[in-house]
Unconditional design. Structure first.
Length: 354
């Protein structure tokens, strides 16, 4: 056989847009040999292709074209599915803040519509359950006044040495019943929630307390604490806690700060404080600590329970904590859904030492 001659043949330049036109020759890794008339062999082997080659560029282009067509449609479809779910989350949050919030609008796919209908039924049942229990407690408390009145008349025939104690017990029961009826009356009236700067309400409550001669001071004012609250109910909460601080702790120092998603009103006093096991027990209806009973201060033991009930109806809470010189009361109220949130750590030592 004759000698072999090896020739590396380069591919001709590809044609078309971005070199994507079909090549006029066979592609791939191969070796071709041709026997010439002269008796020699011509061996042809293509050089390795660079990345990306024509086939890879075609695949990439089709992928980009398909993505450009499918992506907008997929985005619109996903938005249509997500919008009702976002409405569910907002409605659930709003229900925790305001039990009388409007029902959820029925929109979206059939499955979303059925879920929204079930959510609305749940909200209506919860509202009916709370209203029924409120009306029942109010009726029981109102009916108790009649036997107490009869008991008061019968006490007149009791010997003098025991009459005073019995009259005191009857007066305490009448005070408790009056407190319950007052709470039921306020709870049965659904007040509209108002969007406002919480700092303005806190300032107004402090000014009214100072005006009537109480030792109350506002330590700090936080701007733009936007909340949605029942103004009358929240004023009642702040009035009650400030009254307790002055009654049992001689003074009240008030400050407002934002803690994450909540606006927090901190009320501190310089009283004897409470033991750790009493910090939650005082929120039970009609419970009074031994110190409160021995102080002979007027009260039914329902005030803190009412404060916590009102705060929790707003999606917040009222908690008591030991301070460095007394007791700290924290009133938490969620900020409005679109209000800015930031962290401001509570400065208990500054609030208690002033």
């Amino acid at each position: 056989p004759s000698a072999e001659t090896t020739a590396d043949v380069e591919r001709p330049a590809t044609r078309g847009l971005f070199g994507l036109a079909p090549a006029p020759f066979v592609e791939g890794d191969f070796i071709a040999a041709v026997h010439t008339r002269e008796g020699s062999w011509v061996v042809v082997q293509p050089v390795p292709e660079s990345f990306p080659n024509a086939w890879q560029r075609r695949v990439l282009l089709w992928f980009l074209i398909a993505s450009a067509i499918v992506a907008p449609a997929g985005w619109l479809f996903s938005r249509r599915l997500v919008r009702p779910i976002a409405g569910f989350a907002r409605a659930a949050d709003q229900l925790g803040r305001d039990p009388a919030a409007p029902v959820l609008a029925l929109e979206g796919p059939a499955e979303i519509g059925r879920a929204a209908q079930a959510f609305n039924r749940m909200q209506a049942r919860l509202r009916s359950f709370v209203d029924d229990r409120t009306v029942m407690i109010g009726a029981i408390s109102h009916d108790l006044r009649t036997p107490l009145t009869r008991l008061r008349f019968r006490i007149e025939d009791v010997p003098d040495e025991v009459r005073a104690g019995m009259l005191e017990d009857v007066e305490e029961m009448e005070l408790m019943i009056g407190s319950v009826l007052s709470f039921i009356r306020d709870a049965s009236v659904v007040s509209a929630r108002e969007r406002m700067d919480f700092a303005s309400l806190v300032e107004d409550v402090v000014e009214q307390a100072v005006f009537v001669g109480k030792d109350v001071l506002l330590l700090q004012r936080t701007e733009h604490a936007q909340v949605e609250v029942d103004v009358i109910g929240m004023r009642r909460v702040l009035d009650n806690l400030i009254e307790n601080a002055v009654k049992y702790g001689n003074q009240a120092r008030v400050r407002l700060f934002i803690d994450g998603p909540d606006a927090v009103v901190e009320i501190s006093d310089r009283g004897p404080g409470l033991p750790p096991d009493e910090l939650e027990r005082v929120f039970k209806p009609f419970y009074r600590t031994p110190q409160a009973r021995s102080s002979r201060a007027a009260g039914s033991g329902l005030g803190l329970a009412v404060c916590r009930s009102i705060a929790r109806a707003h999606g917040g809470d009222v908690v008591l904590k030991p301070g460095s010189h007394g007791l700290l009361a924290h009133v938490r109220v969620p900020l409005a859904l679109d209000a800015p949130r930031r962290e401001v750590p509570p400065l208990e030592h500054s609030a208690s030492s002033c």
